[in-house]
Each structure stands twice: as C-alpha cells, then as structure tokens.
Design a protein around this ligand. Structure first.
Ligand code: PXG
Length: 452
C-alpha cells in the first residue's frame, strides 16, 4: 500500500467530509493534497494542479508566503492564545480591528471577530435581532435573503442560505428567514434586459417586505456577487435599488463580503464595487488568505452605537474571538495585499487578462456566457446559446467538465452547469493563459464524452 492508498483508506474510514456523498467518495478515494506554492497544488501522487479557485475562494495572496508563516510563528512564541472576554484584549486583535476600520467603507468602525464565515453571519443574524430589541421594535425579526445565496452552514447561516438543497436534511430554514429572487439574469432573465431584470429582482424584495410588513423585517442580507451560487454578478442598478428599498422600509442592510472582500472584485470590498453602504459587513476567507481561520463582523454607526450605549452585556462571543495568532496573520496578510497592490492588480491588467481569457472561451459551442469582475468569474455551459437553455441536470455536464478539468491539472469548480473561477490574486498572465488552455481542452473533452 503506497502513501496515497493509505491516506485514502484512513480518510474513508475515519473522516467525514463537508458536502460529500460518502459512499460515492469511498468508491473513488479522495484526492490528497500535500503541498502548494503560488497558484499551484501538488497531490500525493506528484501531480501538479493549477488552483483556479484559490482553495475555496480564499487564498488571495497565494500559497507559500513565508511572511504569513513568520507572523504566525512570532505571535505563537509571544502569546499563542489569550481570550478577549472578561475585560481582556491582545495587541494583535486590537491592531487588526483598527486596521479593518481603516480599510473598511466609511462608517464601519467596529469589528467583532469569529472563526468562519458561518459564525460571522450567525453573529450578524443575532445582532440584528438584538439591535431591534434594543430599539424597542422586537417584532422586527425576519431576515430576507435570496435564492442561490450561500451564507454558511450553522442553523442560522444555512437558513439565510438560499441554495435549497441545504435545507431539507435539517428541517431548515428556521422561522424568520425568507428568500426572494436573485438578480440571476442569464439563468432567469428571459426576454428582459439585464437592467430591467435587475430592477424586477429588487422589486421582488420590496414586494416581500410589504407583504410581510416592514414592521416585521429586521434586515436584508446579500453577497455583492453571489459566489457559491454561481458567480451571479448583478446587473447595473440592482444594488442601488436594493439599498433604496432597505432605507425606505428601515431594514438593515448586511453585506456578506466573505468571498467579495479583500480584493476579489478589484476593489477592497464588493460593496465598493457596487456602491453599497451596508449597516453590517461580514468577512472571512481573504481576511487571512485562508492561512488560519478568522472572520469578522463589522458594524456601522447605527448598530455600533446601539451596542456601545446599551448599558448591558452583549451576551455573545467565541473562545477564539480575536485569536491573536489568526489576527497577526490577518494583519500581515492585509499588509502584503497593500504592499503588492493586489486589489488594484485585480481591477487592472491582471483582471483584464482574466476577463479576456474567459471571453475567449465564449466561442466554444458549450459556452453560453463568460462573465467576470476583477478575479472572480464564470462560464455558463448551455445546450442552446440563443435561448440560454441549460442541459438537463441528469446529464451532469458541469460535474463532468469539473472532473475533466482536474485531469487537465486545473481546479475549476462546477456550480450546476456554471464553471466558476476565483484564482489567487497573485496569479500571473502566463498562469491565466494556462487556465484558458486547460479549460478549453476540458470543454472539448466534455463535449466529446457526453456526445454534445
Ligand atoms: N458567506 C459566503 C459568501 C461564503 O461564500 C460563507 C459565508 C461561509 O463561510 P465558512 O467559513 O463558514 O465556510 C461562505 C463560504 C463552494 C463553497 O462550494 C463556498 C463556501 C464554502 C464552502 C464551499 O463554493 N463559501
């Protein structure tokens, strides 16, 4: 038995994976990733794979950054752990909070720390309830989210999520979580122009608020671009319409920046890219480039003041809130991003090269649309380009293409039949070209294999 076989056997016997059909995985064995450098992964059989997903949309500064390793080691030697409960704080934690206030959109001055995007969104859900309780409007409880949203997997974060397969196994969503249409023009826009469809999606939010009664609605949550739902880039005008609706009905606006934050869209925040001024912003992933688990919830003046002036304990927090090692790594990660101008790079020449590469795939018979902003993008695989008709799910076009991408040494994820990409922000033009070459090959093989 070689190392790979041994790890696969142990994995299958003892490890429960996220979002996995374990019986199916046991039949094929998991891919064991053993090391990484820059934008490249190596598996235990020595295959070199180009990581078009930056791990899970998170390794923004790329793999193998000694600066982050050193920051972690320094902090571990000095103070590996102390908590932020009971009148305590640590230098790394407060420095990070201050740095985030510095780079966040105007008004977001305070940060609460957690360990994952799910926990950040769970915290946000609790926080808006508490906010309205403090404001003497305890009936303002319902949070509205969207179809195709991914906000995490805790009871509340999964309830916020709008990817419906996430709900039935655990009898979700919980009461008080509602979903409205997403601005997914390519898939659902029919004959409308993207802008008209975006307006219609925003109108759907207002209709739901009115139906349920604005006096019962606590907040609306949205990812600036919906990532795991298929890189749904909203049409122009959508976010400003949503923002007006939230203001008009006194509904708090939560921006989930877990994927869009930290340069992904070519701006520091997706909110900046779309002109959103959220009351609350959640972030994770790119905050530490995935080197250590850390997330944050930032609050604007309104929610911040309510917390500051409540005169009572806010009964919430995690053992690892503001973990000093994770905070030190996040600080160093932000420093690297600033030093290397990674957000600017994603909106400049590298973002343009990425967009060109995706657009160049649009002449492939399977590709109905190529779209991107900064270094997040997707191609839609369709049966009919003119009508934007997808293949039946049973044909498994997306998953087939994903598997063939891996055989070509490329990680490109499939969301339904949407192939999504979110490479490290340090990716080079040559590596972007390489994604294009491997993706085209995988598309050809997909067409041949499925006889499309
Ligand atoms: N919000 C957004 C926008 C996310 O993308 C979360 C919250 C939850 O974060 P945690 O750290 O709790 O996982 C996410 C996570 C996929 C995939 O298949 C996407 C995520 C996680 C796992 C898989 O694309 N996004």
């Amino acid at each position: 038995m070689n190392d790979t076989q041994r790890w696969q056997t142990l994995d299958s016997s003892h490890h429960l994976h996220p979002f996995t059909d374990h019986k199916a995985l046991a039949a094929i064995g998991s891919r064991i990733i053993t090391r990484a450098e820059g934008c490249w992964l190596w598996d235990s059989d020595g295959n070199r794979i180009l990581d078009g997903m930056a791990g899970l949309w998170c390794v923004n500064v790329g793999y193998g950054r000694d600066e982050l390793v050193d920051a972690a080691a320094r902090q571990m030697r000095e103070l590996p752990y102390y908590n932020t409960f009971f009148q305590s704080s640590t230098p790394a934690c407060v420095e990070l909070a201050a740095k985030l206030a510095d780079i966040a959109p105007p008004g977001l001055e305070k940060a609460f720390f957690a360990n994952s995007g799910s926990e950040a969104n769970d915290t946000a859900a609790k926080l808006v309830r508490y906010f309205w309780n403090l404001r003497g409007k305890p009936e303002k409880k319902t949070i509205i989210s969207r179809k195709y949203a991914y906000h995490g997997v805790t009871m509340a974060a999964a309830s916020l999520s709008g990817l419906t397969p996430m709900h039935p196994q655990s009898d979700l969503p919980l009461p008080g979580f509602e979903h409205v249409d997403a601005p997914y023009w390519y898939g659902e826009g029919g004959d409308l122009s993207p802008e008209a469809f975006g307006q219609r999606a925003a109108d759907a939010l207002e209709r739901r608020i009115v139906e349920l009664g604005a006096e019962n609605i606590a907040a609306f949550i949205g990812e600036p671009i919906q990532g795991a739902g298929g890189v749904i880039i909203p049409p122009d005008g959508y976010w400003s319409a949503v923002q007006d609706i939230c203001k008009r009905h006194d509904v708090l606006l939560i921006a989930d920046e877990v994927i869009c934050g930290f340069g992904r869209t070519g701006r520091w925040w997706g909110s900046e890219a779309f002109g959103i001024s959220p009351d609350i912003m959640t972030m994770a992933k790119g905050l530490s480039s995935g080197y250590l688990p850390i997330s944050a919830v930032m609050v604007g003046e309104r929610v911040g003041d309510a917390l500051s002036h409540s005169g009572e304990e806010w009964v919430h927090g995690y053992t690892y809130s503001g973990h000093p090692v994770a905070a030190a790594v996040a600080l160093e990660n932000i420093r690297l991003m600033e030093q290397e101008g990674l957000a600017e790079r994603a909106s400049g020449s590298i973002g343009a090269a990425f967009a060109d590469m995706l657009t160049s795939l649009a002449d492939h018979p399977l590709v109905g649309e190529a779209r991107s902003l900064g270094l997040i993008g997707a191609i839609e695989l369709v049966a009919d380009k003119a009508t934007r008709q997808h293949f039946p799910e049973s044909r498994e076009v997306g998953p087939t293409c994903r598997n063939l991408c891996i055989e070509q040494g490329l990680v490109m994820r499939a969301v339904r039949d949407i192939m999504v990409l979110s490479p490290p922000l340090i990716i080079s033009e040559t590596e972007i070209e390489e994604i294009g070459i491997r993706a085209r090959k995988a598309l050809d093989l997909t067409a041949a294999k499925l006889d499309l």
